[in-house]
Design a protein around this ligand. Structure first.
Ligand code: ADP
Length: 186
């Protein structure tokens, strides 16, 4: 499954580069110092230019499981939502709860700004080591539950952008699983 409609919002899974997405906001896999780094974070700052880091410096930081919003600089996206996922430490350090919270905080920020579209990368599954299958289930349950519980949401499009085709395949399988769990007809 690659696409599903939840209320008035379409949730899609695609393979691609998050920095190239033209949704109103893209989500960054940030660290709590908002200091920039490798992976998604490095790519966003390289493509978006120094204005993003400047705004991050003024904000100062963001706790794990939360998110902050800046402008998108030179990106196609007008905003970057910097979400801080957990570093995976075996699964007993509230990682699932913190990962859920990072997705949820991003969705809440998008909603507060009445954004219509947002793209997410797979938070925490790169340098932060979160097992992909488990992370995909957390990501999809959180997004689907948020959309189901907010029928009046401003969001019309939520995109999960997976960097590799094997990652996309894992997310596709998880989407089918979560829709079945939640009793959502497709
Ligand atoms: P974290 O530190 O939260 O683990 P990373 O940026 O290291 O974040 O990786 C998160 C996921 O994003 C990984 O699955 C990685 O393969 C993927 N990724 C890396 N670069 C990009 C990109 N430009 N667009 C989309 N996904 C990316």
């Amino acid at each position: 499954m690659k696409q599903v409609k939840i209320g008035s919002c379409v949730l899609s899974l695609i393979q691609g580069d998050i920095t190239e997405q033209a949704t109103e906001a893209i989500v960054n896999a940030a660290n709590s110092r908002l200091a920039g780094g490798g992976g998604v974070d490095g790519a966003i700052h390289r493509a978006g230019g120094p204005a993003i880091a400047e705004e991050c410096r003024k904000i100062g930081g963001c706790p794990t499981g939360k998110a902050v919003i800046t402008r998108g600089g030179n990106l196609k996206a007008r905003y970057v939502i910097h979400a801080v996922g957990p570093i995976y430490q075996g699964g007993k350090k509230k990682e699932a709860e913190l990962l859920r919270s990072a997705y949820l905080s991003s969705l809440q920020l998008a909603e507060e700004h009445r954004l219509t579209s947002i793209s997410f990368p797979s938070l925490s599954t790169g340098a932060y080591g979160y097992p992909l299958k488990e992370a995909s289930l957390v990501a999809l349950r959180t997004i689907i539950d948020f959309l189901s519980e907010h029928p009046g949401t401003s969001l019309r499009e939520v995109v999960l952008v997976l960097f590799t085709s094997p990652d996309l395949a894992v997310y596709e399988e998880s989407l089918t699983q979560v829709l079945k769990e939640r009793g959502i007809e497709t």
